[in-house]
Design a protein around this ligand. Structure first.
Ligand code: GLU
Length: 304
């Protein structure tokens, strides 16, 4: 019998609010995908954006995952503890001449009115500071992207070709306020945790090529990707992470049981023919990426 590749998956929320149904759907899909191959599933708290993240919110998120029956196979990694690894990655990139200091303020960048407005309001950095001389690690730092498009495959969306220069431009890896930036932390940690599959919301699809370029620059392997359609309100609006926004507590207050939520999530992931109450473990044998519908999903009216 052919041995199936065991997946190491991860769920990597930012502890900036309550996990809503879209986040929970991502968590469940990544867990099911890992479990369906007999693989490992890890939770990582992406609290690298210091001022916006709160440890207590992270603990609440972990509690919600546990309520669904999803627990990390290894101790949860908090990115706020990983500064030394991120600094090491910056030093390696600098040794290769890949970093430059960026003096542009947020205001300068907002002033780039002529920059095309792309998916999700993403504005590519136009490389204004590319010729700045190195001034040390205490400046805002960007990665110099190589030219050209990146071809990659999404488990749900199929073959993708993106030019990261036109989507993000040279990504910021270290911020003026002394925080390591999201792109750096996510790529370094996926590498350090030997993640083989990244499952996340479709709103992050457009930054994937940039993260692949950063993996290449750091000599890290490329994981598989799956970008799940977003979960919206019944009238099609995006769910936000604001307190109580369709998380487990809000749903419990409306009388929706956890098993009902799992059954609905499992149904939206193609594991069930209709939404019927069940436990997470009952969905594992039914999970397959080719059964997951790629589009957006609307929350039932009765839950809002
Ligand atoms: N921390 C990100 C978020 O909560 C997810 C990043 C990722 O999965 O790569 O949206």
């Amino acid at each position: 019998m052919l041995e199936r590749m065991r997946t190491t998956g991860r769920f990597a929320p930012s502890p900036t609010g309550v996990l809503h149904l879209g986040n929970l759907r991502t968590a469940l899909a990544s867990w099911l995908s890992a479990r369906a191959t007999g693989g490992r599933w890890l939770v990582r708290m992406e609290d690298v954006d210091g001022p916006r993240c709160r440890r207590d919110l992270g603990e609440v998120q972990l509690g919600d995952l546990a309520t669904l029956g999803l627990a990390s196979d290894e101790p949860v990694v908090w990115q706020s503890d990983r500064g030394a690894a991120y600094r090491g990655a910056l030093e390696a990139l600098h040794a290769e001449g890949r970093l430059y200091p960026c003096a542009c303020s947020r205001k300068d960048l907002l002033g780039l009115a002529s920059a095309p407005h792309l998916e999700d309001g993403l504005r590519p950095y136009p490389g204004r500071c590319r010729d700045q001389a190195w001034e040390g690690f205490d400046r805002a730092l960007r990665l110099r992207l190589p030219e050209g498009a990146v071809a990659w495959t999404d488990r749900l969306l199929g073959a993708q070709v993106d030019d990261p220069a036109g989507l993000t431009g040279d990504p910021l890896l270290f911020r003026r306020d002394g925080c390591f930036a999201y792109h750096l932390a996510v790529v370094v940690d996926d590498g350090a945790q030997a993640i083989t599959e990244v499952v996340r919301g479709a709103d992050l699809r457009a930054i994937t090529a940039t993260q692949i370029r950063l993996q290449e620059a750091l000599g890290l392997p490329r994981p598989a990707y799956a970008h799940l359609g977003l979960v919206t309100t019944p009238d099609g609006n995006r769910l936000g992470k604001r307190a109580g926004a369709l998380g487990l507590d809000a749903l419990a207050n409306r009388g929706v049981a956890v098993q009902e939520i799992l059954g609905w999530l499992g149904w939206t992931l193609g594991c069930l023919d209709r939404p019927e109450p069940c436990a997470a473990g009952a969905l594992i044998s039914r999970f397959a990426w080719d059964r997951v519908p790629p589009g957006e999903v609307r929350v039932p009216q009765a839950w809002t």
